[in-house]
Design a protein around this ligand. Structure first.
Ligand code: FPP
Length: 222
């Protein structure tokens, strides 16, 4: 008997507040957030998690101050560059977001390259799939899916619509984590979380750890 894949999704919120509390610039919070993510990815790959999907950068995040956007983009390059670490842990990198060649996409070429390279260099791994949502928004995903479905001439139903999501291989989310005391979904994976449990924690993302991850996982079968 094959069991259903386990899918955990994370909205990594609170980097700015974590930094402010320490008298540091917001960028220091994002830097700490990227390090936490790398730890959480490793911890997740050692647990019964088949898919980990994280909200790295949203379609709404482009309006942040230029210097902050540039810093966050640099951190994505750093994350996607952690190839040997990812390979050591048998993790396959994946990405969802506005396709680079479509109208509206804002992903700079150097981030596109980092994403493509990480996907290619980890393609043979058979363990956990790490999906980074970059330039991602659920409304954009669903609008595009609906448009493509209409264009295809197939009938408009849930099964057919799901064929036009950014990544049709992603299973439904089992548990959605949101850090830093916010209890909102913020346009993340609206279709995929239709039956998910939700784990809200007051901890800001840089303080999220394996103990919190286990608490989120414990919700799945309760
Ligand atoms: C929320 O903190 C986080 C983001 C805007 C996304 C960026 C996430 C990271 C840099 C973590 C590492 C992830 C990757 C994929 C490199 P916030 O700025 O909204 O915090 P605030 O609400 O306290 O201001």
């Amino acid at each position: 008997m094959t069991s259903k894949p386990v899918h955990v999704a994370c909205i990594m919120d609170g980097n700015g507040r974590w930094a402010r509390k320490r008298g540091l610039p917001r960028t220091a919070g994002h830097t700490a957030g990227e390090e936490t993510l790398s730890d959480v990815v490793r911890a997740a790959s050692k647990r019964e998690i088949d898919y980990l999907t994280v909200f790295g950068f949203s379609t709404e995040n482009w309006v942040r101050p230029r210097a902050e956007v540039k810093h966050i983009l640099g951190l994505h390059k750093k994350l996607f560059g952690r190839i040997s670490e990812l390979n050591e842990n048998n993790i396959r990198v994946n990405w969802i977001g506005r396709p680079f060649d479509e109208v509206g996409s804002q992903t700079p070429v150097y981030v596109q390259r980092a994403i493509r390279k990480a996907i290619q260099d980890t393609a043979d791994n058979t363990g956990m799939v790490l999906t980074v949502a970059f330039d991602y928004g659920s409304r954009a995903e669903l609008t595009r899916a609906a448009q493509n479905l209409v264009k295809s001439g197939q009938s408009l139903n849930a099964e057919n619509l799901s064929k036009y999501l950014y990544d049709t291989s992603l299973p439904p989310v089992d548990v959605l984590v949101r850090t830093s005391g916010e209890s909102r979904i913020s346009n993340f994976l609206l279709w995929q979380i239709s039956n998910a449990k939700i784990y809200f924690t007051d901890r800001p993302w840089p303080d999220f750890d394996a103990v919190e991850l286990d608490a989120a996982l414990a919700l799945i079968n309760n």
